[in-house]
Design a binder for this molecule. Sequence first.
Ligand code: F6R
Length: 242
Amino acid sequence: MKVIQVNNYEELGKIAGEMILEQMEAKSDSVLGLATGETPVGIYRYLAEEYRNRNLSFSKVRTVNLDEYIGMDGRDEQSYRYFMNQHLFDRVDIRKEFTEVPNGKCENAEQECLRYEKRIEEFGGIDIQILGMGENGHIGFNEPGSEFICDTHVVSLTEETREVNARFFDSADNVPEQAITMGIRTILKARKIILAAFGVKKAEALAGVLKDRVTPWLPASVLQFHPDVTVIADAAALSKCS
Ligand code: F6R
């Protein structure tokens, strides 16, 4: 894995953002795999700024997001669809019908998982996937102990993840208990992966990813099996690596 150490959050956004723009330059109809959460906000900010500053177009780009809470409508402020609209899709000229986020309000979640995998295939697979990482090493909502061979599937969130994510809700009780997430097999099929980690809270998990053996108990460690991963992290996130 290639590791890039950044000095601050802004630089993380710029370096990851430039990698995405390079991908779009090489292929205007690139398929971008996207994540929500605090880590990638700066990446989307950078992309939206560069969209305004340079003569860029996202009109041919397709996107697929990693996950969505079950029960959430795209108009709910805590939904990942809402997050993506707010931070990126409404700020660039992307075509909404080319943006995919699992439908949290679907009638049948198992069917929605199959539809999602099919859609990724129809798009031609993911060219570049952005990943954040949970403090427990989760990627997407693939929690510790997840099987590596899973495609998009329904998961029950751990109490730990629900507590961490409670910051976006009125209380931990309001955090949905289930989600749809791309599986680890789906993620590993992406041609390129960026793992972004910022802050000391990610230090332990990142040290495991970079130094220890691959284990389902630290899902992000599976990225060691992928041939093209770039880790972009600050000194605090990398502080337990030496
Ligand atoms: C979000 C996602 C999660 C987050 C992870 C880190 O779509 O899939 O795996 O990337 O929980 O979240 P932040 O960036 O808020 O620390």
